[in-house]
Design a protein around this ligand. Structure first.
Ligand SMILES: [Fe+2]
Length: 336
């Protein structure tokens, strides 16, 4: 085994925000590097890597000797973080586990665009970290856009302080309709049984009550649920404020034959969300997007509290796998 020395590289379209770059990029230039070398380096550098991901929002690891889900699992495991398994999450996406820590990013069809979001910010349980790795890059399209949420929130506050205050002061609640069985044709097709880890209606209701949701069964076996009020803006320990929510994704993307995006979201106190302000925020996020054009073997380490992610439609085969770490909880108290 040999010690590798990946180097920090300036990449095309890399952004500069204050003293930080986005995303930060580390390239492995040791052509003889083995997986064991990469795992050992990751383990030695774990604290620095996570600090860099926190400061800059995301770290791209490129040209490392990573050839698939189990290699990616080895790198993620070397960071020594608590695993947040898909099974325990309330994610609404259909995913397939590849290893204990690694699952397919989203099984939604290639033409489906997934809009910007913080992973699972629409539920009381979310991961601090989200890691992606590319097994097969799409023939065309298929980038993972990334957006610095602290920069986005600053811009929203500058251009529409009233909307920023409504988000911060009133929070959000999310409504979605879950099918009886997984629907892989939808970006939000995870069944209520899988989402709630429940094999009966009673068990599903028990879990929803525990999490503070309200719900309604539909005649076709689907389950409509509404979250408790959740924060829309989060203040981080270093003082940065981020647009930590799923507003953009829910408003533009929570669309399938069960869900109507115009009914998916409201403020925590039940007042409507200003649709024009959400569209303006969506455009601002798009202006701030860095499109990560995948190369096979790439890994992205993302601090889920700093950076949002999305998915561009694509053509051809594309395989991007994901891993989550360190489950956090969030609650929101209404001031009324
Ligand atoms: Fe996601």
């Amino acid at each position: 085994m040999s010690e590798i020395s990946p180097v920090s590289v300036a990449i095309e379209n890399q952004q500069q925000h204050g003293k930080t770059v986005f995303p930060y990029a580390l390239f492995c230039q040791d052509s003889e590097a083995s997986l064991a070398d990469a795992v050992s380096w990751t383990n030695r550098q774990k604290t620095d890597l996570l600090n860099i991901a926190n400061e800059h929002g995301a770290v791209l690891l490129r040209d490392f000797p990573i050839a698939g889900a189990s290699d990616f699992d080895a790198i993620v495991s070397a960071l020594e973080l608590d695993n947040f398994p898909y099974k325990k999450s309330l994610s609404n996406a259909v995913r397939i586990n590849r290893t204990d820590r690694v699952f397919s990013a989203n099984e939604a069809p290639s033409e489906v665009r997934i809009f910007f979001h913080h992973e699972m910010a629409q539920t009381p349980l979310y991961p601090r970290w989200i890691f992606f790795s590319c097994e097969i890059a799409a023939h065309q399209g298929g980038a993972t856009p990334l957006c610095r949420s602290d920069v986005l929130y600053e811009r929203i506050k500058e251009t529409d302080p009233q909307f920023a205050d409504a988000c911060e002061g009133r929070g959000l609640r999310y409504t979605n309709v879950m099918p009886d069985d997984d629907d892989a044709n939808s970006g939000m097709g995870r069944s209520w049984r899988s989402t709630l880890g429940a094999d009966s209606r009673d068990a599903a209701e028990h879990r929803l009550a525990e999490l503070g949701y309200s719900w309604q069964w539909q005649t076709n076996g689907c389950l409509k649920s509404t979250s408790p009020p959740l924060p829309a803006v989060m203040e981080l320990p270093d003082g940065r404020k981020v647009f930590f929510n799923q507003l953009i994704a829910a408003f533009s993307g929570w669309k399938d034959n069960r869900n109507d995006p115009s009914k998916s979201i409201q403020h925590g106190d039940g007042t409507p969300v200003d649709p024009e302000a959400v569209l303006a925020a969506t455009e601002m996020a798009e202006e701030l997007a860095f499109d990560l054009q995948w190369q096979a073997g790439d890994i992205a380490l993302i601090d889920n509290t700093i950076a949002m992610h999305a998915r561009r439609p694509f053509q051809g085969k594309r395989k991007v796998v994901a891993s989550l770490a360190e489950m956090q909880t969030q609650t929101f108290a209404l001031n009324c």
